[in-house]
Design a protein around this ligand. Sequence first.
Ligand code: ARG
Length: 461
Amino acid sequence: MSNKMWGGRFGDGPDAIMEEINASIGFDQRFAAQDIRGSKAHCAMLAAKGIIAKADADQIEAGLDTIAREIEAGEFSFSRALEDIHMNVESRLAEIVGPAAGRLHTARSRNDQVATDFKLYVRDTIDHLDGQLAALQQAFLGQAEAHADTVMPGFTHLQTAQPVTFGHHCLAYVEMLARDRGRFQDARKRLNECPLGAAALAGTSFPIDRDQTAKALGFDGPTRNSLDSVSDRDFALETLSAASIAAIHLSRFAEEIVVWMSAGFKFVDLPDSLTTGSSIMPQKRNPDAAELVRAKSGRVIAAFSSLSIVMKGLPLAYSKDMQEDKEALFDALDALSLCLAAMTAMAGSLTANKPAMAKAAGAGFSTATDLADWLVRAANLPFRQAHHVTGTLVAEAEAKGIDLHELTLEDMQKVEPAITKDIYSVLSVESSVKSRTSLGGTSPDNVRAEAQRWRKHLNQA
Ligand code: ARG
């Protein structure tokens, strides 16, 4: 007896099962616009080379424009029996223009067609993501400018290490995002060769002009090997690897928001619109958006892994396995785009709780390194000895339950006679950050200068 749940679905036997597993129209209709763009370029080239008649080409192009409008307006009815976007478009074209439609597929195969469409889609998406990454950089930059001298604890091992400024922390993300954009641009540069004209796998006997189609579609030029052209999905993998690294960066900041919003920290707050309440605990404001950004990085990284696994065992050239390149990539890049939007909203609107940050910045003997550095500079101690002296002073303060600057001069001189009252000037968090003037350091002046450099750079781009 057939299972009721599944029986209905696969009730029509092998044909229905084949259609279900074989069809990609459910997802590849996403790049209908790119498919039509590619077909129009191909058609124009065929006519220019005299491979098809100008009159046929005119009809085909007008028909393709009609289809583009129908799809745009949501009036196109996609058919699973027609398998994929390529056959759906071609079949509709035949309805609209008649037999001339059959000439469009001259000197072309779905193999080079899908590779071209997918590249165009990935390229368009990279351009969109680049704009989003730039917007997020702007959001961080705005915070950096506002908080060039807002002190907070810098952490290593999530233990208070040395004071830094919140602006400096924000600029760290501006740097990461710049590298993310660079990785996407690298991927874009390498993918920008046009596979159209490779045909099924071996090229074609028709006198096509691949330079013309490449140029019409905004590629730098045609790919050089027909086998590689139809079997390469490096461009998708490379884009997913860039996306994964970007998602990891977003996830790290998301984690920081979660930690910073917790009761133990209270460093930042988000507007109500970007948090949720609890259905049972009225006091709670949960950073759900940040948590979801953190979680969604999983999908992006998984997509890279999933496509790598699809590709790794495939002999040249095309195999139907490659149809599985699309859903994971769509899902991953959609997720990244949503995460960028959410993160830009959060980074732009979060408010820093300066008193809480300042208080925490001074806790945990965060200026111990400053004390050690003073001993090196002012008392000429070797750094290792200064480190030892400082450790002793920290232990003493800890035992007394006080901060370093609360130790008396006598207490300090008992440990190291060379200490003078000047030492107190380096024990505040403000003087600590101010002193970190080395290139790339956290001093407010540095942060302001770097923010200005970024502002100029981002406004130019
Ligand atoms: N829908 C197919 C894909 O996405 C198009 C290419 C089909 N090629 C073929 N030889 N069956 O990969």
